[in-house]
Design a protein around this ligand. Structure first.
Ligand code: ADP
Ligand code: ZN
Ligand code: ZN
Length: 751
C-alpha cells in the first residue's frame, strides 16, 4: 500500500473530498485506516492533521506531484479514527464506496446548521421548585415566577412559544439555568418522560438465573473473553433486567453503553424502564430524527452528557470514547440489516466495533437467529439460556388447525371451526382477540388447498412466486415454469395462488361476529404519523374486541386483555420464496403466540395452516427452539445457505429492461472469469458457485427494473477477494455504467 487517501475535515460536504499522499517507506508498517497523519497542505507551508480513510496501491494523480505524509502524531487513534476504521471494515465486508461507508458511521456536521427546536425543562424536584416559587414571590421576581409556574404545570415549555407568550428573555433563562432550576434541551422528539424525582436507581433483586448470567458475563469480560454473549430467553424471562444490570456495571467503571432495539419496539414502555433506572444519562435515537437532531444527540454523547444511547441500528455509531457494552435486543430482527448501501448487519458490525474499542457484546432474543445460535453452538458466542418466564407469567396453550381438514369438511372460510368457536367464547367473556396475517408484501406462491403441496424451485428449494400471465419464478436462480391447473401431488384442482389481505379479513370478521368491534392495523392504516400508536392505544383501552393485523401487531406491546391469538395462515410467510422463510415463520409464530395471555388469564394461540407437519409450525406450537434449529440447520447445510455457507447478492437496477438484461449477462461472465483467474492463482480453493441472474422478488419498483445474481461459497475470505477483484471492473466497464449495482453479503431481507 503505497498511497493514502485522507480527509482533512469531518463534515458532510468535505467527506467527498479526499486528498492523496504517498506513504513513505518508514511509515508503511505502522499506518492504518482511521489513523491521524500529518500532511503538508496547500503549497506545503501548512501542516494539517488528516484522517486516513483508505490505503491503496493506485495513484490517482501525477505521481510526481503527490506529496509524502510527514508523520503520525503521538496521540494514538482518536475516536473518529475508530469510526473511520469501522467504515473501512464495512466497505470491505459489505461492498460500498468509502464515502458511503463514512457517511453511515460518522456524526457528520453540516456546514449550515438547521434550526432546532429548543425547550425549557424543569431540572429539579417539585418540592425544590416550590421552594423557589415562594422565594421568587417574596422577592417579586415576576418573570422568574411566571416561568416557573408555567413549568410546574407543563414540565416542559417550547422555548419560542415561551418567549412569545410568557415574555421569556435570554436573561431570565440564563438566571434560571445558573440556579440549576431549568435546562435548555434541543432533543425534541423523544423527551425524557421521567421527572428527576421519579428516577429509581434501585434495581429489582435479580432471580438466581439472572444473577448468574450477569456474573458470568461480567467475569468473562474482566478476563478478556471477547466472545459475544447470546441470551436465549423467552419473552418475559427477564432479559431487559439483565441488560440494565450489565449497563449499570459498565457505567460504574466510567464507560458507556449502546442498546440497540428494533425501531418498532422502540416504544414508550421500553424506553421508560431505561429512563427510570438511569435518568438523564439515557438518550434515544430513532429514524425520525433529522440529521441535525442526530448530530446533536451524538454531540451530547461525545461531551459525556449522555452515557446510554438507545436506538435502532444507527445508534451503533454513537461517538462514545469509552464504549463498554453493546446490547442488541431481539437480535434476530431483520431490521438490523441495513437496506441501503452499505448493507451492513448491525450484529456483525457491533462485534467489530466492540473489538476495536474493547467493549463486550450481549445479544438477546426469545427466538435467536439461526446464524447466532449456530455461532453459539460452535463456540464463537457464549450461550445463556433462560427457559422460564419470571413468576406469574405463563406461556399460552397452542393448537394447530389443519386447514386441509377444514376444506374436506366443506368449510372454505378463513376461520376454522375451532377458531370460530374460541372467538365466540372470548367475545362472550368480554376478552380481546388478535388475528394475525403474517403476510410479506410479495407475489403469492402456488399451493394446493387439498393436500398442502407447494410448488418449489427444483434447484433452490424455495417457493416459486406467481407472476402475471401464470408464470412461476424462482427469485434466486431465475427458474421458470407455468402454473399447473391440477396439483402435481394429489391431482386436486384446488390449486392456485395463496392470497389473503387484512382488509378482507377485517370485513369478514365484522360480518361473521356481529356486534364485535373490529380494528385493523396494517401498512395502509398506519401510514399517517402516529397511526401506529393510535390504533394500539385504542385497542389497549379495549375500544375494540378484535385487532386484525400484519406482523406489526405482534411486536413490543403488552395487551393484558388478549386471551386469544389466531394466526390465520402460517403458510403465508412459510412460502415467501427466500431461504429465511422458515426461520421468519418460526419467529413470527412464536412471537404471535406469546401475545396471548400476558395478563392474569391463561391464553390460547391457534395456528391455522395447510402445512401442519412443517417443522417450523410444529416447533413454534411446542415452543421448542432446539428442535426448530436442528431441522433448519439441516436444510441450510443441505442447500448451502448461510450460516452453512455465505451468499453474496449482487442487486442490479436500471430503468431500461433490455440493458439490464444484457448487463446482468456481462456481469455473470465477468464473475465466472474472475473466479477462473482466482483459481489459477490459487486464491479460490473454496468453491464458489454463481447463481442467476434472476428477476428480483420485487422485479420492478418505481419504474426501475431489478435483477439479482448470487455467489455462494463456503469461504468468506474467498468471496470477499472475489468482490475486491470485481468491484473496479464494475466501475470501469462502459456497458455497466447505466446500472445501479449493489452488494448484499448474507442477505436477510428479500430484495
Ligand atoms: P424480557 O426482556 O426477557 O422480555 P423483562 O426483563 O422485561 O423480560 O421482564 C419481564 C417482567 O418481569 C418485567 O415486568 C420485569 O420488570 C419483571 N422482572 C424481571 N426480572 C425481575 C426480578 N428479578 N424481580 C422482579 N421483577 C422482575
Ligand atoms: Zn394437492
Ligand atoms: Zn431456483
Amino acid at each position: 500500500m503505497k498511497y493514502a487517501n485522507v480527509i482533512v475535515d469531518i463534515s458532510l460536504e468535505k467527506l467527498d473530498r479526499t486528498f492523496q499522499y504517498r506513504v513513505p517507506d518508514e511509515l508503511e508498517a505502522s499506518i492504518r485506516e482511521g489513523m491521524q497523519v500529518l500532511v503538508p497542505f496547500g503549497n506545503g507551508r501548512r501542516v494539517l492533521t488528516a484522517y486516513v480513510v483508505e490505503l491503496t496501491d493506485e495513484c490517482e494523480w501525477d505521481p510526481e506531484r503527490v506529496k509524502d505524509i510527514i508523520g503520525i502524531p503521538e496521540r494514538g487513534i482518536p475516536l473518529e479514527g475508530q469510526l473511520i476504521a469501522l467504515a473501512s471494515w464495512m466497505r470491505r465486508m459489505y461492498g460500498s464506496t468509502m464515502n458511503q461507508a463514512l457517511k453511515t458511521v460518522l456524526p457528520v456536521r453540516k456546514a449550515v446548521r438547521e434550526k432546532v427546536k429548543k425547550s425549557l425543562v424543569l431540572a429539579v424536584s417539585w418540592e425544590e421548585a416550590e421552594k423557589y416559587l415562594a422565594f421568587f414571590e417574596k422577592k417579586h421576581q415576576k418573570a422568574r415566577l411566571r416561568i416557573l409556574e408555567a413549568l410546574l404545570k407543563e414540565e416542559r415549555l417550547d422555548y419560542t412559544a415561551a418567549v412569545k407568550d410568557l415574555g421569556l428573555t435570554a436573561q431570565t433563562t440564563k438566571a434560571l439555568e445558573e440556579l440549576g432550576l431549568v435546562r435548555l434541551e434541543t432533543d425534541t422528539v423523544f423527551r425524557n418522560p421521567v421527572k428527576p424525582s421519579e428516577v429509581q436507581p434501585h434495581p429489582v433483586k435479580l432471580y438466581p438465573r439472572q444473577q448468574e448470567t450477569v456474573d458470568s458475563i461480567l467475569k468473562r469480560a474482566a478476563e478478556g473473553d471477547r466472545r459475544p454473549s447470546l441470551i436465549h430467553g423467552v419473552t418475559g424471562s427477564g432479559k431487559t433486567e439483565i441488560y440494565m444490570e450489565l449497563i449499570a456495571a459498565v457505567l460504574e467503571e466510567g464507560k458507556q453503553a449502546v442498546v440497540l432495539i428494533p425501531e418498532i419496539a422502540l416504544t414508550f414502555q421500553t424506553v421508560l424502564r431505561f429512563y427510570k433506572r438511569f435518568g438523564d444519562l439515557v438518550s434515544i435515537m430513532h429514524s425520525r430524527l433529522s440529521a441535525g437532531e442526530r448530530y446533536d444527540q451524538f454531540e451530547r454523547a461525545r461531551k459525556g452528557e449522555v452515557r446510554v444511547m438507545i436506538g435502532p441500528r444507527s445508534a451503533l455509531f454513537t461517538p462514545f470514547d469509552k464504549l463498554g457494552i453493546i446490547v442488541i435486543d431481539e437480535e434476530h430482527e431483520g431490521s438490523y440489516k441495513s437496506e441501503t448501501v452499505p448493507r451492513y448487519h448491525a450484529r456483525e458490525t457491533a462485534i467489530e466495533r466492540a473489538r476495536m474499542s474493547g467493549a463486550f457484546v450481549v445479544l438477546g432474543s426469545a427466538t435467536p437467529s439461526v446464524d447466532s445460535y449456530e455461532k453459539a453452538r460452535i463456540g464463537d458466542y457464549q450461550l445463556y439460556e433462560l427457559p422460564l418466564r419470571v413468576p406469574g407469567r405463563t406461556l399460552p396453550d397452542t393448537e394447530i388447525v389443519d386447514l386441509r381438514e377444514e376444506l374436506r369438511m366443506g368449510n372454505r372460510s378463513i376461520f376454522s371451526a375451532r377458531l370460530r368457536e374460541l372467538i365466540e367464547d372470548r367475545l362472550a367473556k368480554k376478552q380481546q382477540i388478535m388475528l394475525f396475517l403474517n403476510r410479506r408484501g410479495y407475489a403469492g406462491f402456488v399451493s394446493c388447498r387439498a393436500c398442502g403441496h407447494v410448488i418449489k424451485c427444483p434447484h433452490c428449494d424455495v417457493s416459486l412466486s406467481l407472476h402475471t400471465g401464470g408464470r412461476m419464478i424462482c427469485h434466486y436462480c431465475g427458474y421458470q415454469s407455468a402454473a399447473p391447473k391440477k396439483c402435481p401431488s394429489c391431482g386436486s384442482s384446488y390449486i392456485g395462488a395463496f392470497r389473503a389481505g387484512t382488509q378482507q379479513v377485517t370485513e369478514l370478521a365484522a360480518r361473521e361476529f356481529p356486534g364485535a368491534r373490529v380494528l385493523r392495523m396494517d401498512f395502509d392504516t398506519t401510514k399517517q404519523k402516529g397511526g401506529h400508536e393510535r390504533i394500539l392505544e385504542a385497542f389497549s383501552r379495549h375500544e375494540a374486541d378484535i385487532l386484525v393485523g400484519t406482523q406489526m401487531i405482534v411486536k413490543g406491546h403488552d395487551f393484558p386483555g388478549v386471551t386469544l391469538v389466531g394466526i390465520l395462515a402460517a403458510d403465508l410467510s412459510l412460502y415467501a420464496g427466500d431461504y429465511h422463510a422458515s426461520e421468519r415463520t418460526f419467529q413470527l409464530l412464536t412471537q404471535a403466540a406469546g401475545r396471548a395471555g400476558r395478563g392474569a388469564e391463561k391464553g390460547t394461540a391457534v395456528i391455522q395452516t395447510y402445512s401442519p407437519d412443517h417443522y417450523s409450525v410444529k416447533a413454534a406450537a411446542a415452543q421448542d427452539y432446539e428442535s426448530f434449529f436442528r431441522q433448519e440447520m439441516e436444510y441450510r447445510r443441505l442447500m448451502q445457505y448461510p450460516p452453512a455457507a455465505h451468499l453474496l447478492g449482487l442487486y442490479l437496477m436500471s430503468e431500461k429492461e433490455d440493458e439490464l438484461e444484457r448487463g446482468a449477462q456481462v456481469i455473470k461472465e465477468l464473475a465466472l472469469q474472475a473466479l477462473k483467474e482466482m483459481e489459477k492463482s490459487g486464491d479460490a480453493k473454496a468453491e464458489i458457485q454463481v447463481i442467476g441472474p434472476a428477476e428480483a422478488g420485487v422485479s420492478k419498483l418505481r419504474d426501475v427494473y431489478r435483477r439479482v445474481l448470487y455467489l455462494k461459497g463456503s469461504s468468506l475470505p474467498a468471496l470477499l477477494a472475489w468482490k475486491e477483484r470485481i468491484e473496479p471492473e464494475l466501475d470501469h466497464r462502459e456497458e455497466l455504467r447505466i446500472l445501479n449495482i449493489q452488494f448484499d453479503m448474507d442477505p436477510v431481507n428479500p430484495f
